[in-house]
Design a protein around this ligand. Sequence first.
Ligand code: BGC
Length: 752
Amino acid sequence: MKTKASALTDIEKSTLLQGTDFMYTAGVPRLGVPRLSMADGPHGLRKQIGGGDNGVSKSEPATAFPTAACVASSWNPENAERIGHAIGEECRCYGVHMLLGPGVNIKRNPLCGRNFEYYSEDPLLAGSFGAAFVRGVRSQGVGACVKHFALNNQENFRFMGNSVVDDRTMREIYLKPFEITVKDGEPAAVMSSYNRINGTFSSENRRLLTDILRGEWGFRGIVMSDWGGTYDRVAGVRAGEDLEMPGDTAVSLKKLYDALQDGTLPRADADAAIDRILSVTDEYTATERIPRLDSAAHSALAAEVAADSAVLMKNDGTLPLSGDEPLCVVGALFSDMRYQGSGSSMISPTEVITHKDAFDRRGVKYEYARGYSAGTSPEEGDPIAEAVALAGKYDTVLLYIGLTDLSESEGGDREHMRLPEEQLRLAYALIATGRRIVVVLSGGSPVELPFAGGVSAILNMYLPGQCGGEAGARLLFGEVSPSGKLAETWYKKYSDIPYGDEYSKRINELYKESIFVGYRYALTAGVSPAFPFGFGLSYTEFEYKNISVRQTDGGAVTVSFTLRNSGKRPGAEVVQLYVKNNKNSAVFKPERELRAFSKVYLEAEEEREVSLGFSVRDLSFWNTGKDGWTLENGEYTIALGASSEDIRLTVSLTVTEGVTATSPYPDNINEKMKRAEPIDDETFSALLGTPLPNEPPVLPLTMESRFCDFQKTFMGRILYNAVCGVAKRQLKKAKKLPAGPERDNRIKGAIF
Ligand code: BGC
């Protein structure tokens, strides 16, 4: 390292501990230390033009790759690595040293407004994608900043929420994807989350930032705050939070300087933080810029990955379409394609290939009816009647529906899990025509699909990035066989989700379901989802045979079997290895858990021997009685499947490397939790080992009040109306722009 903390004055140190100009570190001009420049992610580069903000103003054109929710459904982390590589190139072209992504938070509840930016409900899947993405970005000499560390699983109350969680759940579910990303990806930075964890803000959480992240996982980069996510800055530095973003806060600067003078901030803590900032700056500002980009190649990659990720959720044989028959196409999302979400991740795409564009390029013959409004203004006339009249003329109707821009965004959680009312009425009206309905679905998160039984096929595109239309057409017309599988559980109805009625309603968010998140809950509680975790159909078929298992002394387990594409088309199968925990376990455990996976691409009738591996240590549980991982001896079942519920082959595994464990839980709690039964607050408190926190009063307003609560006081209302007035004016202006991505982005920005 060229410059060390010891060479800096106290004022230079205090200055360097916070950012400047929204997306930069301050540098040390006197010593020639440059500024490190950052830009959002995660699924593309958002290099803002002029001053920065979180998602409103313009940004340079960049490739809008498929969102994390989409890419994860490919179950191929190489896709994330290739996207990371391409985004790294775009960063180099625009002189960005560090990308603010990936986001590896667990999808605890489908209503979280930011789920589209996250990969999965499963820690192994989320962590594997996070690590691969980081490796891709890093391969270009660009730093990646993994976020939001940790337990940031909702958007309501995002600046002041308190995630109340027991240690075991935190370790096994919520910290795990970060652990994998840090160890296997080596990101340059970690962004702490806005929320508190059991009462302590992440940005001041020494156990999280120093003991676990650095001490246990060996992280060597910098920890930075989320934008505006610092509270007591001196406590933050002491806890291991190096950099405050976006910075430029005179209050923090003075506090840090004073604390250095009076010794309340130990020099060793400040210097360690400074040295880390200097070392990351050294490393990533040295990367040379590249003069130009191959945008066409990046678009091609975006299309390829979107096609590899889309999930065929139902098919009675109607798909693939021949491409020759004339089609009826219904739904505004056909031309107003949804391809990304709203908020700080929003990108100005280099191009957009909508579903309509892809059909027109192929010369597909179709007639079109809008059916509903995708935007902010209601449709004129009776769009449903028009669509039904058109459908009557055709055998096959393609219905493009999904969550609209208005229904999911950073900054707020969805209020329900339904599609917009108008779209539901349209779907039922079309089903009533008796025509074959093929649904093409968009959106960053699961929705209830109560009409699924009445349609012929459902192709779920998620938010597929700027070339989503091209990907959709390849799949519909059978140029590529669908091979995505769900990286999250699609429940039949929101009320099936554990503690769904309590989610995101209060500052204190109680993680009462403990480790039973997603399929862990569905399988253990015996709730049958509409579409299970790991599920997805193909145009071809796969046969699994000849399973065997090998164990080495070091605890490495290798499971081998033969996979055969027994159909007539090339295709890919996502093979999932779950481990079912032994019935005699001392502690409650999920019915089975994902421990390895592999995506295998096979020609028609090709067969291949496939091996998947894991370590027996991966089967350990976090033992709250010992504050460490415990591996239980005994019999386990390895289950190879095409989904979490479609197990094709099993083999047993005897573990002898561990111990005979004893339960740290009272018997009644352990027994209840073994069945993933609902628990009351009192039982949760016993599980937690501490009393539950009280909900703070709404008034008086404090630095931690929610913005909407400002309406409750006279002065607060004035401020509230002033801020909302600005947004309303932006919205009005945006609506006057000509139709296109620029208008869409401006509208989304204003709403965000
Ligand atoms: C978001 C981060 C983002 C940052 C900078 C915050 O509001 O939570 O994900 O990277 O803004 O735009």
